[in-house]
Design a protein around this ligand. Structure first.
Ligand code: TIU
Length: 234
């Protein structure tokens, strides 16, 4: 059984990597690049760039090991029928969901801005979950996919720490999945919210999950890969 020990907070953990998946949340051009949804909301999108390289390293080592990798994207159908009016009517009408922007219609499936940044682009066999909400379990088949593959542990990366990452981790926790949030692989437009988002997850004995830095995990997974303990894909 391929196992890694992770020095996480609030406590160290042992993970059987055959039962773990890497979940990369919403690393989309709409959030990370100028002219997308994140900027339309008034944010400085450069604040998220720091998470890209750590995510790339984690993604590379997960792929080498044959770990299940799942990507998510927040966005809506072109006819907006899956978007609650409350969400649609938020903010300046010129910058709302569905409005035209330099990367196509804002936060709409199929538009360039909705897609994942090139550095972390999914491989053909990696599931991509299109989600209408902040949480990756809400109105998606993510839970079914995880249960079908016997996954009980999620390494969670992505943006933003306090919004879609936190919402997804809370949803996962209620469904019995253990989450290990990789701190440097997540980012927020607000550094204080990034820290608070991580603090809320690991407080009270890990009330929603655990938090760990990615580099030691990347190294430990690389050792497993070299030993040839690649997961047999289902
Ligand atoms: N606004 C913000 O911080 N985040 C989102 O709207 N979506 C995600 O976090 N993906």
């Amino acid at each position: 059984m391929p196992r890694v020990k992770i020095e996480a907070e609030p406590a160290s953990l042992i993970v059987d990597t055959d039962n773990a998946a890497l979940l990369i949340i919403d690393m989309q051009r709409d959030f990370l690049e100028a002219g997308g949804f994140g900027e339309a909301l008034g944010n400085d999108v450069t604040r998220l760039r720091g998470a890209v390289a750590p995510c790339q390293a984690m993604l590379g080592t997960a792929r080498e090991l044959g770990m299940l990798v799942i990507h998510t994207r927040e966005g809506h159908r072109p006819d907006l029928s899956d978007a609650p009016p409350l969400k649609l009517h938020r903010g300046d009408p010129r910058n709302r969901i569905g409005a035209p922007g330099p990367m196509g219609r804002i936060l709409i499936r199929g538009e360039p801005g909705h897609d994942i940044v090139p550095e972390l682009y999914p491989l053909r066999d990696e599931p991509v979950i299109d989600k209408p909400g902040k949480g990756a379990f809400y109105q998606t088949d993510l839970e079914l996919m995880l249960r079908n593959r016997g996954i009980d542990t999620l390494f969670v990366c992505g943006v933003t720490t306090e919004v879609c990452v936190n919402t997804t981790v809370r949803e996962a926790n209620d469904r019995g999945f253990r989450c290990i949030v990789l701190a440097d692989c997540c980012a927020s437009y607000f550094p204080k919210f990034h820290e608070a988002g991580l603090a809320m997850i690991k407080a009270q004995g890990g009330i929603f999950g655990s938090v760990a830095p990615s580099p030691p995990l990347v190294d430990a997974l690389a050792v497993l890969s070299r030993r040839g303990t690649k997961r047999v894909a289902i």
